[in-house]
Design a protein around this ligand. Structure first.
Ligand code: NAD
Length: 357
């Protein structure tokens, strides 16, 4: 075995159906009694029900979470948290709500209870991406990592199939990059393979029946594994591309990951053959991994081009410049022409051809 370094992240995870019923116990267990409940505007109803469930342990609500964690929303949430004398944050929702909780925790060191309702995986990472002035920047730190995660499978039954697919592909992307990360290690690679397999198995069943509890359970379990991968090892080209595209063109997060992943994998295929073999094994295919990822997304009806999710054609050059200007570590060197070609393929929605890379 190759030498490796592995750092375990501290987190308490409560997983199952109906686990939301444990939220008050978890708040008390943290020694807290004035929780601020966070959500997006569409999930305000769920947030109110959660605050009712918390009863006297709820200090109030802030329901303005938005995609890509804009700092002006965080400032407003922070003001509410201070006004109410909040002593912990309870974030109910997808990555946007988790991001808001993390952003407030970074500025206050308040403990966080996160109740994820998508497969984004942010709850398992000490990473926060924030957007200010059209640029998204990411940072890591111990204050950012949520203390408690309550995975309640029941809350994911309402996640629309289309978002389930793209959110699941977002999770798979975390695991794919973990397999060829600079800090890759055998423990995380094991989780990555298991996470990809769980989600890839679950998504077709969710599309066929969004309320299939077993499929939902597999997907949420896979999302946790994949999020843990993202939190434990570094990101590479795929996440860099998505951060640039999301921050610059305000593209929807999960859809962007879905479109970009096969192309980022194709770019890295020749430099990371073992990782690609493991991805293919997890997907249960004898095809090459980049094409299998593309075909999986397409077969589930997900978008396959940046064009269809709102990126202007003129953005291809700007994005290529931004990726090359401050790249993340990557197994294959970052070259402007090759990155531009990748972005053009992703913009057009071409099926990737890793042999040609
Ligand atoms: P999201 O949180 O924006 O949710 C998308 C929409 O779906 C929202 O309108 C939300 O209210 C709704 N929704 C969520 N769960 C639902 C459910 N169960 N039923 C019905 N509707 C539901 O989307 P997302 O893809 O989960 O998160 C994207 C954000 O998360 C981005 O800002 C991204 O940068 C961030 N993220 C961060 C990390 C990290 O480690 N820092 C990891 C992944 C994603």
């Amino acid at each position: 075995m190759e030498p490796f370094v592995y750092t375990a992240l501290p987190a308490r995870v409560v997983f199952g159906a109906g686990t939301l019923a444990r939220v008050a116990d978890e708040v008390r267990r943290l020694g807290c009694s004035r929780a601020l409940v966070l959500s997006t505007p569409p999930q305000e109803g769920n947030a109110r029900a959660l605050a009712d469930r918390l009863g006297v342990l709820a200090a109030g609500l802030f329901t303005e979470a938005a995609m890509h964690t804009p700092t002006d929303v965080t400032e407003r949430g922070l003001a509410v948290a201070r006004e109410l004398g909040t002593d912990c944050l309870v974030a109910l929702g997808g990555g946007s709500t988790t991001g808001l909780g993390k952003a407030i925790a970074l500025r206050t060191d308040l403990p966080q209870v996160v109740i994820p309702t998508t497969y984004a995986g942010s709850e398992a990472t000490p990473i926060l991406g924030e957007t200010e002035g059209g640029r998204k920047t990411a940072q890591r730190g111990p204050k950012i990592l949520p203390e408690v995660v309550i995975y309640d499978v029941d809350l994911t039954l309402t996640l629309p199939p289309a978002l389930s697919v793209t959110s699941g592909m977002n999770a798979i992307a975390h695991a794919v990059e973990a397999l060829y990360a600079e800090e890759a290690n055998p423990v995380i690679s094991m989780l990555a393979e298991a996470g990809i397999a769980a989600i890839a198995r679950a998504l077709p069943r969710i599309v066929a029946n969004p309320r299939d509890p077993e499929a939902r359970s597999d997907a949420l379990y896979g999302a946790w594994l994949c999020g843990t991968c993202l939190g434990s090892v570094g990101m590479a080209l795929h996440h860099k591309l998505c951060h640039v595209l999301g921050g610059t063109f305000d593209l929807p997060h999960a859809e962007t990951h879905t479109v970009v992943l096969p192309h980022a994998a194709a770019y890295n295929a020749s430099a990371a053959p073992e990782a690609m073999a493991r991805v293919a094994r997890a997907l249960g295919t004898s095809q090459n991994a980049p094409q299998a990822l593309f075909d999986l997304a397409r077969s589930l009806g997900a978008p396959t081009s940046l064009r269809e999710i709102g990126m202007p054609a003129s953005g291809v050059d700007e994005a290529a410049d931004l990726v090359v200007a401050s790249p993340y570590w990557n197994p294959r060197p970052i070259e402007r022409d090759a990155i531009r070609a990748l972005l053009d393929d992703a913009w057009q929605g071409r099926r990737p051809n890793p042999g040609a890379a």
